[in-house]
Write a protein that binds this ligand. Structure first.
Ligand SMILES: NC(=O)c1ccc[n+]([C@@H]2O[C@H](COP(=O)([O-])OP(=O)(O)OC[C@H]3O[C@@H](n4cnc5c(N)ncnc54)[C@H](OP(=O)(O)O)[C@@H]3O)[C@@H](O)[C@H]2O)c1
Length: 302
C-alpha cells in the first residue's frame, strides 16, 4: 500500500475520553494540529484546541481529517429508556452532525474515521466473525448499525469513510481493565457466567496505531474490525489476567448475580460476546504490537 503522511489537522470528537486521550497524545506527538469537540473539557492538553460546537471550527486549507469517537458510556449505571436515548443521541445524532459539518466545509476533510463496535455482529456464539459476516439482530446490533448508517448517509464522495468496529479496549487508565483489577487482585476474578463467551479485546496502543494507519492509507475505506488477532473466551481471559497478577482466578461470578448487579449491560456486553478477527487490517499489512493477551496485560499492568 502507498502510505501518505498524516493529515496536518485532525478534529476529534470524544477526544476527552479514554481512547480519545491516547489518540490526541499520539497525533500531537506526530506534529498534527488537534482540535477536540467537548461539551466541557475538564483537563486540557497543551497544544490542543478545544471547541464546544462544530460551528466554532472550520477545516483548514490542506489535508485534514475527523475521528469521531463521542458516545455516552455504556457502563455507568443501569440501562433504562432515558439512558438508551442518550447512548443513541450521543452516537447517531453526533455522527449526523459530523457528516453535515464535513460536507459543509470549504476545504473538505479527506478522511472520516467513525466509531462503531463489535456489538454490531450481535451474539453469535463461537462463529468467527470478519468484516463480511452478517449481524444478528438485538439491541447492540441496532445501536451500532444506526451509528454506522449515520456516517454513511450523505457523506460527500470526496471524504473517505472508515468505520472501526472496536472490541474491548484494554488500557491502564480507562476502559474495562481498571474496573476488573479490584476483584481480580482479591482473587475474585473468576469466569463471568460460564466464561465460555468470547471476548475480542485490543490494547489501546494498537487501536490508536490502527486509527493513525487508517489516516495514512488512502486505499483503506469501509468497515474494519478494531480487535487483536487472538480473541479468547472470557474464562481464559480471567485466567490470563489472574496469572499476570499472580492471583487465583477461580471464584466465578454466576450469570444470575451479574444480571442482578448490572442488568441489561451484563446480558448484552459481559455474558455474551463475539469472536472477531481483524481480517481486513491483517490483509492490508497492519502490524500489531500486542497480538496476544498475556504480553498486552503485562505491558499495561507490569
Ligand atoms: N472503551 C471500550 O472498550 C470501547 C469498546 C468499543 C467501542 N467503544 C466506543 O469508543 C468511543 C470512545 O470510547 P471511550 O472508552 O474512550 O469512552 P469514554 O472514555 O467514555 O469517552 C467518551 C467521550 O464521548 C463524549 N461523550 C460522552 N457522553 C456524551 C454525550 N451524552 N454526548 C456527547 N458526547 C458525549 C465525552 O466527551 P465530553 O464529555 O468531553 O463531551 C468523552 O470524550 C465510544 O463511542 C465507545 O462506545 C469503546
Amino acid at each position: 500500500m502507498n502510505a501518505v503522511p498524516l493529515p496536518g489537522s485532525v478534529l476529534v470528537t470524544g477526544g476527552t475520553g479514554f481512547i480519545g486521550g491516547h489518540l490526541i497524545a499520539a497525533l500531537s506527538a506526530r506534529g498534527v494540529a488537534v482540535t477536540v469537540l467537548s461539551r466541557s473539557p475538564r483537563e486540557q492538553h497543551a497544544g490542543v484546541t478545544y471547541i464546544q460546537s462544530l460551528d466554532d471550527f472550520q477545516a483548514p486549507e490542506g489535508r485534514s481529517a475527523v475521528v469521531n469517537l463521542a458516545g455516552e458510556p455504556l457502563n455507568s449505571g443501569r440501562w433504562n429508556a432515558s439512558r438508551k436515548a442518550l447512548f443513541r443521541d450521543s452516537r447517531v445524532n453526533m455522527t449526523r452532525d459530523v457528516v453535515a459539518w464535513c460536507n459543509a466545509q470549504r476545504y473538505t476533510p479527506e478522511t472520516l474515521v467513525s466509531g462503531s463496535a463489535i456489538g454490531w455482529y450481535g451474539h453469535r456464539g463461537d462463529e468467527i466473525l470478519t468484516e463480511v459476516s452478517a449481524g444478528a439482530s438485538g439491541y447492540s446490533h441496532q445501536l451500532c448499525s444506526d451509528w454506522e448508517d449515520a456516517a454513511r448517509a450523505g457523506l460527500a464522495d470526496n471524504t473517505r469513510l472508515c468505520l472501526l468496529r472496536t472490541g474491548v479496549v484494554l488500557g491502564a487508565d480507562g476502559g474495562p481493565l481498571p474496573e476488573m483489577l479490584g476483584p481480580a487482585k482479591a482473587g475474585l476474578g473468576g469466569p463471568l457466567g460460564g466464561g465460555a463467551q468470547w471476548w475480542s479485546w485490543i490494547h489501546v496502543t494498537d487501536l490508536v496505531s490502527m486509527m493513525l494507519w487508517l489516516l495514512e492509507n488512502p486505499s483503506c475505506s469501509g468497515v474494519f474490525n478494531g480487535t487483536a488477532p487472538n480473541p479468547l473466551r472470557q474464562g481464559e481471559f480471567a485466567r490470563v489476567l489472574g496469572k499476570v497478577l499472580q492471583r487465583p482466578a477461580f471464584i466465578p461470578l454466576p450469570a444470575p448475580v451479574a444480571r442482578l448487579m448490572l442488568g441489561e449491560f451484563a446480558e448484552e456486553i459481559l455474558l455474551k460476546g463475539q469472536r472477531v478477527e481483524p481480517a481486513r487490517v491483517l490483509a492490508h499489512g497492519f502490524q500489531f504490537e500486542f497480538p496476544s493477551l498475556a504480553p498486552a496485560l503485562t505491558d499495561l499492568l507490569g
